[in-house]
Ligand binder design. Structure first.
Ligand code: F6R
Length: 242
């Protein structure tokens, strides 16, 4: 595990964007696993800039998003579809057919999950998976519990996650209670993983992830088993590390 600790969010975003750009420059048809949330916003914004400056070309890149809220249509402003297009995909030269996001509205959840797994396999698996981390140690929407699932699946969100994500919704009652998420399998099978975290609220999860036991109570702790994991943290998120 490689850990970079930077001074602030601006530096975190720059470093993360350089990391992703160097991957895409080296391998034009990189398969990227994408995360949403507040943490990678600055990274996406810098990558858009780098694309416009001609530094990085996304025309051959394939993307798979980690998760989507169940029940939110892609036009819903809080859907992860909306987020991804708004912050990144609509502003770069990526081919729309190369972008994949789990649907928030689907008639057959099991089939949708199976097909998503199949598409990831057909693309050859994920080259670089970008991750944030929940304050409870979740990755994607693989929430803490007595077990974790390997495959893409439907997940009930924990109270902690619902409260944390309510900042984006008018009221707590508006936050979806369930989401579709890639499982631990596709994440851990990614060739490289880049995890970003900033702010004091993430310090405990980062400390448990880096130094704690490997346990389903902290899904991110399983990343300790990955052979090519890079963390980019700001000082606050790293503040509980020895
Ligand atoms: C988002 C995702 C989540 C977030 C995590 C942190 O696609 O998979 O695991 O990465 O909840 O979210 P932020 O960055 O908003 O603190």
């Amino acid at each position: 595990m490689e850990i970079y600790i930077v001074d602030d969010y601006q530096q975190l975003s720059m470093k993360a964007a350089n990391f992703v750009a160097s991957q895409v420059i080296l391998k034009k048809n990189t398969v990227l696993g994408l995360a949403t949330g507040s943490t990678p916003e600055g990274m996406y914004s810098r990558l858009v800039q780098m694309n416009h400056e001609g530094i990085v070309d996304f025309s051959k890149v394939i993307t798979f998003n980690l998760d989507e809220y169940l029940g939110l249509a892609s036009e819903h402003p809080q859907s992860y579809h909306f987020y991804m297009y708004n912050h990144f995909l609509a502003h770069i030269n990526i081919a729309p057919q190369n972008t994949h996001i789990l649907p928030g509205i689907t008639g057959d959840i099991k089939k949708t999950c199976r097909e998503y797994e199949q598409k990831i396999r057909e693309a050859g698996g994920i080259d670089l998976q970008i991750l944030g981390i929940g304050i409870n140690g979740h990755i994607g929407f693989n929430e803490p519990g007595s077990f974790l699932k390997v495959q893409t699946h439907l997940m009930g969100l924990t109270k902690e996650t619902i409260v944390a994500n309510s900042r984006f919704f008018p009221t707590l009652a508006d936050v979806p209670r369930q989401a579709l998420t890639m499982g631990m399998g596709a994440i851990l099978q990614a060739k490289r993983i880049l995890l970003l975290a900033n702010g004091k609220s993430k310090a405990r999860a980062i400390q448990e992830m880096v130094n704690g036991r490997v346990t389903t109570a902290v899904p991110a702790s399983f990343l300790q088993l990955h052979r090519n994991l890079t963390l980019v943290l700001d000082k606050e998120a790293a503040s509980l590390l020895p």
